[in-house]
Design a protein around this ligand. Sequence first.
Ligand SMILES: Cc1cc2nc3c(=O)[nH]c(=O)nc-3n(C[C@H](O)[C@H](O)[C@H](O)COP(=O)(O)O)c2cc1C
Length: 309
Amino acid sequence: MPIPAILQQGLQLPVIAAPMFLISAPHLVIETCKQGIIGTLPSLNARPASQFEDWLYEIEGTLAGLQAAKFGVMLVMHKTNKRLEEDLDIVIRHKVPLVITAVGLRPEVIAEIHAYGGVVFHDAIHMKHAMKAIEAGVDGIIPICAGGGGNSGALNPFTFVSQLRANFDGTIILGGALGHGREVRAAQVLGADFAYMGTRFIATQEANAAPGFKQMILDSESTDVVYTNKVTGMGASFLRKSLVKAGLDFSDTAMTPVVSVEQEEEMIAWRDIWSAGQGVGLISDVPTVAELGQRLKDEYASARHAWCK
Ligand SMILES: Cc1cc2nc3c(=O)[nH]c(=O)nc-3n(C[C@H](O)[C@H](O)[C@H](O)COP(=O)(O)O)c2cc1C
């Protein structure tokens, strides 16, 4: 179960802080990498594209010479992403170590990232997605399982990771409601190489989320997370209280036929309606990333110790 050599450098814990729209910015990435955890951000969080390159300079400049984990960038592959070419050029110029791809598959992009020595991990919510990406040559699959924040899937992690492991020798990065060091160990036991954590990192001092969003995470139970495609057209998890605040009635959580939503509308939806995964039930504080990183490492160490007995 390999972790690519380039990502082993500076890694203290097999965790990737997942890219999150509007939430992940350089400060969060830098502090995460300093903890020996891989930090990531979506390129589209930087607006305009010129800011994206400034962000990469900031991350690289601050981490240069430090004992830190590598960082990654998430690129949306869908044809509606007008910035893909420009952002990809910047990624290639900076030789970004990890590129996460989602919403579409582009073999030529994978080849360009491999050409400079970068690694590509691809989001998948079921086996068909995953197998297509494996055939296209990605280095890792991120099974986004039930209960995850953002555009998550609905599969149970036990069956999804086990099926993947049986068909794939590459890197598996398990995502969906993970937020404790014990769960990182559990992900490894299941057959994954990394744990992928989004929601846990929203409730940190460095996350670019409104104080009300962080407080709502603290105040929410796992059952307050509603999985629906009514907000953006794609299945995603949202905090019930923010849906209610936006005046939307989500007592009926049944999935409706997919409706397409304009990019601008989607941005407003994510800004005003807050997304988080079922891991909220375990979150009771807003630590600094340094505090969270140390805690995860301690929890992971004691879980490894306990299970070795
Ligand atoms: C507020 C929020 C925004 C997100 N935005 C993105 C995004 O822009 N791109 C992406 O690939 N995933 C995005 N995700 C999904 C995460 O990368 C990751 O798959 C998910 O957070 C893992 O589940 P967890 O939140 O339960 O840990 C987002 C998740 C959240 C909670």
